[in-house]
Every structure is written in C-alpha cells, then in structure tokens.
Design a binder for this molecule. Structure first.
Ligand SMILES: Nc1ncnc2c1ncn2[C@@H]1O[C@H](COP(=O)(O)OP(=O)(O)OP(=O)(O)O)[C@@H](O)[C@H]1O
Ligand SMILES: Nc1ncnc2c1ncn2[C@@H]1O[C@H](COP(=O)(O)OP(=O)(O)OP(=O)(O)O)[C@@H](O)[C@H]1O
Ligand SMILES: [Mg+2]
Ligand SMILES: [Mg+2]
Lengths: 228, 228
C-alpha cells in the first residue's frame, strides 16, 4: 500500500548539507502494522513527511496504492491527506485557538461532513482516548499527554486507511500508552487499517508485524515478529 | 531544599473548575534524585510550574531553601529562576528564531556571563548531549529528540542547584535516553545537584532515591529505592 524507492532527503544550510534520508527502499503491505525504530535524528520523522506527502524528497519516489505522489496535483494530494492518511505528529501540531473538540472535528469539515455528524464523531473519538471531560479545553489548558491524545483522536476523524503515528506514546504513562497501542491494534485487526508507527516504545514491538530499524537515514535491518 | 505545603491549583473555565493540584505536601531534600510518576493529567507539570515559580498556586505555599516563593519580589524570583533552578519543559519551549547554540546560551546572557564564556559553555553542553554537529540548527531544523536535548542542555547553562526535568526522555530512543539519565545521575552524584524529574520512563527508577506517585492532583504514595 505504501512503497518508497531510493528515497533521499537533503537539507542545505549555507555551505553544509544534511542528508536526513540516504536511500530508503521500503514496501509496506495493506493491513500491516509496521514499527520504525531508530536513534534520535536517524530520519523517522523525515520519512513520515515524505510518505504523508508533507514534504518533497530530494530524489526517489513514494507510491501510495501504486500512485506516484509526485504526479498528483494539489487537489489529489489534498484528498489523499484528508481521506486516506491520518497523521499523528511528534509535536502534536494542534491549533492553539481551538478547543480539543474543534481540533479533532476540523478534518471532518475539510471532508465535507455535516457539522452535527462531525461533532458527534469528535466527541466519540475524544471519549475513546479518555478525554471526554476535556472537550472544550484549548491545547494550553491540557497536559502534554492530553495534547498527544487530541492529536491521536484527530488523526482518526475521517476513518483513514493508513495511519502515520510519529511517536504516539512519548508523553503517556504506562497504562494510557498501553490503551493507545490497544486502540491502534484494534483498528489494525478489526478494520484492516495500515499502521505505520515511528516509536521508541518497546511496548509497540508485540503488536507489530514487522520492525524496521533505521540508522543515519538508511534501513539497517527489518525483523519479522515471528522471529522475535 | 524544596518544600510544598497544602498546594492547591485550580483552573476556572466559565462555570467549571478543574482542580489540577488538590493538596500536595512534599519535602525534597538537598542532593536528592526524586522521580514523580503518575497518569497523564494527574498534575505533574502543574506541580513543577508551582515549584519553579512559573505559576502561582490557588492556595498553599512553596519554599525553596526555606524561603517562601510568594514573598519574593520580581527581581528575587528572576534570580532564582536564572541561577538556582534549571527547567526542562515537557514541550521544550525553545525560541524558534534562534539556533540550538543561541537557545542554550541565552540563560548565560541573563546571568551576565561574558559572551565568549557563554558560547564556550553552550558548545560544551551541546556536545555533552550529542548535538555538537547541530549547533547552528534552529528548532524546526532538528528532530523531536534533538529539540528535547537542546532543552536539556539549556537547563544546565547556569549550573543550577535544582533541576526540574519534566519528562526529559519522552522523545528519546533507549540509548540516548539512557545517556541523558546517566548525565542527570552524574550531576546528582558528583555535583550534588537536586534532580526532580516527572517521568513515565521506568529506566528512571533505578537512579531515583525516592519515587512519588501522584494521582488526581494528590500524592498517592512514596517509595524509597531501597524498598524496591
Ligand atoms: N529543516 C532541516 N534542516 C536541516 N536538518 C534537518 C531539518 N530537519 C531535520 N533535520 C535533520 O535531519 C535528521 C533527521 O531528522 P528526523 O526528524 O527525521 O529524525 P527522527 O528519527 O525523527 O528523530 P527523533 O527520534 O529525535 O524524533 C536530523 O539529524 C535532523 O537534525
Ligand atoms: N490552563 C488550564 N486550564 C484548565 N485545566 C488545565 C490547565 N492546565 C492544565 N489543566 C488540567 O490540569 C490537569 C493536570 O495537568 P498537568 O499538565 O499537570 O498533568 P501531567 O501530570 O503533567 O500530565 P502529562 O503526563 O500528560 O504531562 C489536567 O487534567 C489538565 O487538563
Ligand atoms: Mg522524529
Ligand atoms: Mg505533564
């Protein structure tokens, strides 16, 4: 469902170049739960930005359902980001002036969902992540882990078939983090959602079909769960 | 070195009140390494804001070295925050338009350190957290874990005697997270720095003298390391 070929991403700063991705070839199958692990700075978020269509690679290609992302026009890309891919950002990227409910409901507005249905969906999702009593809090009125859970709820708003989860449990205690991993696992097993998760959390290993180890912008190795 | 008595913090939102801290009495000894653990939303960051003098409690008191924080004038509070307490924020709070080096060096400017000495200190600290090759990157040009490490380095700039570390390893892989915990442990053991860390990271348990469990804004129990 997701394929990268020869993915390279370079950042140029003055006369210096940082190569964040140095040739990544990765095939992710539909309905798979794949975890990407690697040291801080190894390229996980950069890879996600390329897959999610948020950033153009320096060279190489990304295919979603065999469609080359670079060939899509603005409208097709917007559709993909709205309906197909749900993105949980490492730094949450919530809108500060909007409440938790407004933040979670926003993707449904872009999808053209009727307002009442959108609000109902938002309330349902916030309850699922344990924030039913924080609907009208703005991000600054929420704890770090609560903000992270709003970002998680928001990514599910339009029922995406692919979820890009960039370190979804980094700010969560053991119990809440386990609940979130259980939620992702349920979506994967019961609804066939493809989960691509960048994580440092070893609790994620048990639910992953494969684990991709990335280092210095390249894939170092891939483990299958049955081998673990 | 730090004492809270009857600490209560309430947030009022319209006709609703959220009680983030519901009566916290805590004595922290000089040179101690104390970890505060608890569910997402239980009050850890709110407690840190009160101890760090960033937020006034609704009622109750905070004493730093037996001095009541509420009795300090603006200048005395500024001195405390500049020289005595180093704060690692859960959401980093780096200045977006400044580079990593400028962010880390900023506290030395407030402390009146000569510019060259400040820069030397900044470079040293960034090297210690493994970012010697990222000195001139702005926060948006750094990975999540790299931003977290800049926040950690910045907290050490003026050699504080108390470090408030709010989830310092949330965005770090196992190896880098362990290095940061080792760094905090060294500061504690070799320089007698008091470390107060809010964390969900179980790696923190081994190095802590005591572990405070907080739930719904109250202390549930305190464990001594020798009992674990
Ligand atoms: N805009 C940019 N300009 C220059 N370098 C950048 C930029 N963005 C990222 N980098 C660098 O690219 C590398 C990869 O960053 P990336 O965010 O993908 O890492 P990561 O694996 O997600 O790390 P973490 O686990 O800390 O989140 C890092 O070394 C980072 O410093
Ligand atoms: N400005 C605010 N207005 C209203 N409620 C707030 C505000 N700030 C925090 N809260 C609430 O206070 C409670 C405690 O928040 P706090 O940030 O201290 O939690 P925490 O223990 O640090 O959680 P986490 O582990 O998720 O970081 C939360 O339930 C939060 O929703
Ligand atoms: Mg990242
Ligand atoms: Mg917190």
């Amino acid at each position: 469902i997701v394929r990268t070929k020869g993915l390279i991403k370079e950042y140029t700063m003055g006369d210096q170049t940082v190569r964040a991705l140095n040739g990544v070839d990765l095939d992710i199958y539909e309905g798979e739960y794949i975890s990407i692990m690697g040291p801080s700075g190894s390229g996980k978020s950069t890879l996600f930005n390329a897959i999610g269509g948020l950033d153009r690679p320096t060279s190489g290609s990304v295919f979603i359902n065999d469609v080359d992302m670079a060939q899509l026009d603005a409208q097709e890309l917007a559709y993909l980001r709205c309906h197909t891919i749900g993105y949980i950002f490492q730094t949450f990227n919530l809108i500060p002036v909007m409440t938790a409910l407004e933040n979670v409901t926003l993707p449904t507005v872009f999808a053209g969902m009727p307002t009442d249905d959108g609000i109902e969906r938002g309330i349902e999702l916030l309850n699922i992540v344990g924030l039913g009593e924080r609907l009208h809090h703005k991000p600054s009125e929420l704890s770090g882990g609560q903000q992270q859970r709003v970002a998680i709820a928001r990514s599910l708003a339009n029922n995406p078939s692919i979820i890009l989860a960039d370190e979804p449990t980094g700010n969560l205690d053991l119990k809440t983090g386990t609940e979130i991993i259980e939620l992702l696992k349920r979506l994967n097993k019961e609804q066939g959602v493809t989960i691509i998760s960048a994580t440092h959390d070893l609790k994620m290993l048990d639910v992953s079909d494969r684990i991709v180890y990335i280092r210095d912008g390249k894939i170092a190795k891939i483990d299958e769960r049955k081998d673990l």
